[in-house]
Design a protein around this ligand. Structure first.
Ligand code: TRP
Length: 343
């Protein structure tokens, strides 16, 4: 064995990401993830799935799970993912994920998983009562990504550690099975104007589906009235907007609303401030509400339309899963050969 740098992956670029079907999506998910998916699909082959296998790492009501999956799929479609361009599917409809995850369970080391901060947060004080699936969750995530040999993974900052683990698993698999460059070492794509959308009630907390106050977030399913009202009620301060972005330092609520405006308008905070400097929130909020309603209103209407016809979503997801398997099955077949498995 030598210490030479590992052979780099030479295959095509591919984008992959997924969202868990647990709880409603909000503006933070839209700006931080869904907008990026819709853009990236036109740049590289893109695989976007609903992570129902990850969802059951904590108990989910079987009577509701399919509807939760449809809800996320509706959000994907309503925010611009096009099933004729991207591959959109439920994770559980592509058995190759779970099969590769088993092999990766044997590649990943306990020490690696012991370092995962998300498991520590989610399992809380009683980790012996957490499911084993919650512990190996990041291994399944690695399989989600690598079964498509994805090279780019748009995710939030909180997923960076899972992407590191994915790279470690890919590297160790390539090494242990003498398959240089077989799996890519995928890169997270965390940048973007919507990377940190904060609560409308507390500029220091991230906008979150688990916040007990519904006024803290704009849900994708909120109608125009609800959107406008939540922005009207958003916490602010009494100062007018400053001339420069530095003037927002120490004013987290003001900064958040300006950042949301910029992200929705596709502009920068500096541009927003150039337009609104010197004006108070009495003037700024109605403008932000109008902008938010003009972008989020149609998304919410489209989600409602899609949800009223689950047949359409189900057809898209079934076709998407077939298409996904066309890429996943050959990868798994190669992996099984490398590992020395039957058939
Ligand atoms: N863990 C991700 C989250 O909670 C969801 C996810 C599962 C995912 N598998 C993935 C994201 C693969 C990107 C790639 O946000």
């Amino acid at each position: 064995m030598t210490d030479q740098a590992p052979t780099p992956y030479a295959g095509p670029k591919r984008v992959l990401s997924g969202v868990q079907p647990s709880g409603d999506l909000h503006l933070g998910n839209y700006l931080g993830a869904l907008v990026k998916f819709a853009r990236l699909q036109h740049e590289q082959p893109t695989f976007i799935f609903v992570a129902d296998q990850h969802a059951i790492t904590v108990w989910q009501d079987p009577k509701k799970l399919k509807d939760q999956v449809r809800e996320i799929a509706a959000a994907y479609l309503a925010t611009g993912l096009d099933p004729a361009v991207a591959t959109i599917f439920p994770q559980s409809a592509v058995p190759e994920h779970a099969e590769l995850a088993w092999i990766f369970n044997c590649v990943a080391r306990l020490g690696w998983l012991d370092r995962m901060t998300q498991f520590k947060e989610k399992s809380g004080k009683h980790k012996e009562r957490a499911s084993v699936g919650l512990y190996t969750y990041p291994v399944l995530q690695a399989a989600d990504i690598l079964v498509y040999k994805a090279t780019h993974v748009p995710v939030g900052e909180d997923q960076k550690q899972h992407l590191e683990l994915t790279r470690d698993i890919a590297g160790k698999f390539n090494h242990d099975y003498d398959a240089p460059g077989f799996f890519p070492l995928p890169d997270p794509l965390t940048q973007g104007p919507g990377a940190r959308v904060m609560s409308l009630r507390d500029g220091a907390a991230k906008m979150s589906k688990s916040d007990p106050s519904d006024n803290s977030r704009i849900n994708l399913i909120d109608d125009a009235d609800a959107i406008a009202q939540k922005i009207r009620k958003a916490k602010t301060d009494a100062e007018p907007l400053p001339e420069t972005a530095e003037g927002l330092d120490g004013r987290p609520e003001a900064k958040n609303l300006v950042a949301i405006y910029a992200a929705l308008a596709g502009s920068t905070e500096a541009e927003v401030l150039a337009e609104f400097a010197g004006q108070g929130f009495g003037a700024f909020k109605p403008k932000l509400a109008d902008l938010a309603v003009s972008i989020m209103g149609p998304i919410s209407a489209e989600m409602r339309r899609l949800k009223s016809d689950p047949g359409e979503i189900d057809r898209i997801l079934t076709k998407g899963a077939e298409k996904a398997r066309e890429t996943a099955a050959p990868t798994l077949a190669e992996v099984k050969k490398l590992v020395g498995f039957w058939g």
